[in-house]
Design a protein around this ligand. Structure first.
Ligand code: FES
Length: 378
């Protein structure tokens, strides 16, 4: 401590004055003297493997590696046999499954055999000496850097890239515009139809009969007992071919039909005539992200979406009572025709399916009103 104080009180001239031995001494200032600098610990001691110490273990590892390579050969042969012996017959799904199953198993055995055998060989039998590889600087030498600059300047000079500014600028313009055709072509990957418009109309029209999914059998009001739930499609859907958008139309128009005890049914104002004798119909497409709401709890009259557990109360115009959905399920107005079959009074009065930000801009004016009323009540 006394020495430090003495050194600190020395003047600058004193500090740089030569000592008796002719060595200039400088003050350490704020620098921290490291007395315990980190030492390179070096490599850990080499630990011999069992196969290095015991010849019988080495021979056993060798047999294991050979065994894996033989298994790989067997897998390759089996793959060929499976391909020939189990051909795929058009229209026969069993033949497809058998072919895929045995071909896959055999190829997996072939690949695993090579992989595991190779790893076992490397880990147990190949040399296990630790090796240190010195790394050189990734920066080039001054000479090679200077040479690179020289080549670059020579190229610039010979091509006239800097000198011929008109050519250079038009080249830059050409390269900049080059991606534009790709952007225009990729634009065609967007949906051809406005998404909201696409879900604003379904196959339901006035007088369209409600039919069982998937048979297409029309449903009489008398067949719907209290507590029962029917998966429903428009009757005319069965006339659509698969290439005429059958699946798309079915996804839009799917409905769940439920009959409630009349004393449990609380109809929303303005929708008093939308049910028939306690029978109500709601879109089956969840208003969260569009899963089919297909689980009906008979005792509570709740509809449950299996995806994220949104729960809708059928007794109260399918309002959301639990889960992430934000809107009630759209209701399909129904009645019966002269023969007692259930029919739609119209299409849904709001777009079916998930909620998202553009929805209300695209809904028909009467839909906006109905949706706003429904959401206010919910
Ligand atoms: S899709 Fe129904 S709760 Fe998420």
């Amino acid at each position: 401590m006394a020495n430090d104080n003495e050194r600190n009180s020395m003047s600058a001239e004193d500090q740089s004055a030569p000592s008796e031995q002719g060595v200039v001494a400088y003050d350490r200032g704020a620098a921290i003297e490291q007395s315990d600098t980190f030492q390179n610990p070096g490599l850990p001691p080499h630990r011999p493997r069992q196969t290095d110490l015991y010849p019988e273990k080495e021979r056993r590892a060798e047999r294991q590696v050979v065994g894996w390579f033989l298994a790989s050969m067997l897998g390759s042969v089996l793959a060929i046999v499976a391909y020939i012996a189990l051909p795929i017959e058009p229209g026969n799904m069993t033949s497809v499954r058998l072919n895929n199953l045995f071909l896959g198993l055999a190829i997996a055995l072939a690949l695993l055999g090579v992989g595991i055998g190779g790893m076992h060989w490397a880990r147990q039998l190949m040399s296990s000496h630790e090796v240190v590889e010195e790394r050189h600087l990734s920066r080039g030498s001054e000479k090679s850097r200077a040479r690179a600059v020289e080549i670059f300047q020579l190229g610039d000079e010979e091509s006239g890239f800097s000198r011929r500014t008109l050519i250079r600028n038009t080249l830059i313009g050409a390269v900049a515009i080059l991606p534009l055709p790709a952007i225009v072509l990729f634009r065609d990957l967007a949906p051809a139809q406005d998404a909201v418009e696409a879900i604003s109309r379904t196959m339901w029209t006035e007088g369209e009969r409600l039919a069982l999914d998937p048979t297409g059998t029309p449903i009489r009001a008398d067949d719907v007992t209290v507590g029962s739930a029917f998966h429903v499609i428009p009757e005319s859907l069965k006339d659509l071919g698969h290439d005429e958008g059958y699946l798309d139309q079915k996804a839009l128009a799917s409905v769940l039909l439920v009959r409630l005890p009349l004393d449990r049914l609380k109809e929303a104002p303005g929708r008093e005539g939308w049910s028939y004798d306690g029978i109500v119909a709601y879109s089956k497409i969840c208003t969260h992200v569009g899963c089919p709401v297909a689980l009906y709890e008979q005792q509570t009259h709740h509809l449950l979406c299996p995806c994220h557990q949104s729960t809708f109360d059928v007794t109260e115009h399918a309002k959301v009572i639990f889960g992430p959905a934000k809107r009630p399920l759209p209701q399909l107005p129904i009645t019966v025709d002269a023969e007692g079959y259930l029919v739609a009074q119209s299409d849904f009065t709001e777009p079916i399916g998930p909620s998202y930000w553009e929805r209300l801009q695209h809904v028909q004016p009467e839909h906006v009103q109905a949706a706003a009323e429904t959401e206010t009540r919910a």
